[in-house]
Write a protein that binds this ligand. Structure first.
Ligand SMILES: Nc1ncnc2c1ncn2[C@@H]1O[C@H](COP(=O)(O)OP(=O)(O)O)[C@@H](O)[C@H]1O
Ligand SMILES: [Mg+2]
Length: 456
């Protein structure tokens, strides 16, 4: 499944906007990124997509299911109604269903909302959602291990809840439970933890627990034949879904491995970080939120693709608002390539405030959203991408004080006031991320001036 485009009328600040999503002929990746000032409308775009997709999810779960409606306050002020239209293709070969024709059938649907007390001129047309959902349900009726697409929205309010110490009931996790809360709440560590424990219990019933295995390891040397056999046995008894989650996390967070549940001294989740075992609760906010996000995507994919050898290769659509939230600049830079490498068949629609997120990626479709106007950031890649983006995002994002200091710094360099410049530079270095492009530039310029000065 792949969204080709969507169209909003009188939704949020947009009176009319059409957005094509990657992959497009010129941008072959599965990733679309929106950048722009606060209030530019990024969140509105994602929320509209989520609202639209909720109808597909609802009808996947039950034939006449209802998704979310457009909230009244989302209708553009002064307008009488709002509509959200969407166009998708389904890439699966569904030759069986000859009524839709050959490969890549196209599906449309639209939802409409009229302001209370106004005459309705637009109505929702949901046949496309029903048809597409019908295909998937048809597939499931024939084979209950058929894959279903991941559909998930991670809003800014995604919270990384603390990990519960006690878990009340045992859940049964079914394939379609992969859609639970997938469009309203985002990351939910409690669910993740419950699911993980459940799977791990099953894994341990047929195998040896990770901690036990570590202890056993000490009894053998690496070359021992019994040890080799034991390792192979351990690998084969591993739960494929858990393996998927663990793999995804270690792709995004190099150095982290062996996520597992421990029961002593209290029930908790632990992970090895560069060889040291830590309680997940001890991780930093950035580490926790990336782990929760990646873990949640991987868990849902694993649930929805029970027959895939590698569930991370399942398909779907993932929407993430402010994807750089809490993340260290170093991780922001690698984020998109990690998404592409770890979840190659998912389509991502992201928003960000951080130029670092897109700076290293050529095939990403990047839109600048400025005052409700959408422009493709076509030639931004390369040397000047960061500064152009910063100039678009500047005014509201960077605080005025820092802005002034940056200007003063550049002036000081220009006027060869080297002492002042290096004071300002060290002040700014404390406040801004190390890889901040303006600072890097300033550093180089200052160095040049110093050299020139030394020569004279
Ligand atoms: N119903 C509405 N009518 C007109 N403008 C709206 C409406 N709802 C929101 N907006 C405008 O849209 C902006 C919010 O957009 P949002 O998508 O949250 O921006 P971003 O996520 O880019 O910061 C607000 O600043 C507001 O000006
Ligand atoms: Mg926003």
């Amino acid at each position: 499944m792949e969204i080709k485009k969507f169209q909003l009328t009188n939704t949020g600040r947009f009176s009319e906007i059409e957005v094509l999503l990657a992959p497009t002929p010129s941008k072959q990746s599965n990733i679309t990124v929106f950048v722009g000032n606060n209030g530019a409308g990024k969140t509105s775009l994602l929320k509209s997509l989520a609202t639209s997709l909720s109808w597909l999810v609802a009808r996947l779960r039950t034939e006449k299911g209802n998704g979310n409606t457009i909230p009244e306050d989302v209708i553009r002020n002064g307008a009488n109604y709002a509509t959200i239209e969407i166009e998708l293709i389904d890439k699966k070969d569904r030759a069986v269903n000859s009524d839709v024709g050959s490969a890549n059938p196209v599906f449309h649907w639209s939802i409409a909302k009229t302001r209370k007390g106004r005459k309705s001129v637009k109505t929702s047309v949901l046949t496309g959602a029903s048809e597409l959902a019908g295909f998937y349900r048809g597939g499931l009726s024939q084979d209950d291990k058929t894959s279903v697409p991941l559909i998930a929205f991670y809003p800014v309010e995604r919270v990384v809840l603390d990990i519960p110490l006690k878990i009340k009931d045992r859940h049964s996790f079914l394939q379609l439970d992969g859609y639970d809360n997938s469009l309203n709440q985002g990351v939910d560590f409690r669910r993740f933890f419950e699911w993980f424990r459940e799977r791990e219990d099953a894994e341990n019933e047929t195998g040896i627990s990770a901690d036990m295995f570590k202890q056993i390891a000490r009894l053998f040397d690496d070359q021992d034949e019994i040890w080799t056999k034991l390792s192979a046995l351990k690998a084969s008894s591993r739960d494929r879904q858990l393996t998927a989650v663990r793999t995804a996390i270690s792709h995004f967070m190099p150095g982290f491995s062996s996520l597992r549940v421990r029961r002593k001294p209290r029930l908790h989740m632990s992970i090895d970080k560069n060889g040291e075992t830590l309680n997940v609760a001890q991780l930093s906010q950035g580490e926790k939120s990336l782990m929760a996000l990646v873990g949640d995507i991987a868990r849902r994919l694993a649930m929805m693709n029970p027959a895939l050898e590698n569930p991370l290769h399942g398909d779907g659509v993932v929407l993430i608002d402010e994807v750089d939230l809490h993340l260290h600049p170093k991780w922001q830079r690698t984020l998109i390539s990690s998404f592409t490498a770890t979840f190659p068949n998912c389509q991502f629609v992201l928003t960000t405030h951080s130029p670092l997120v897109i700076s290293d990626n050529k095939d990403v479709l990047c839109y600048l959203l400025d005052d409700g106007e959408l422009t493709v950031a076509e030639d931004l890649y390369g040397a000047d991408a960061n500064s152009v983006l910063l100039s678009v995002m500047d005014t509201d994002i960077r605080n005025a004080e820092i802005n002034k200091k940056l200007h003063d710094l550049l002036d000081a360099i220009q006027d060869a006031e080297l002492e002042l410049a290096s004071t300002l530079l060290s002040e700014l270095t404390k406040e801004l991320p190390e890889s901040h492009i303006e600072l890097t530039k300033a550093r180089l310029l200052l160095r040049k001036q110093e050299l020139r000065h030394a020569k004279n």
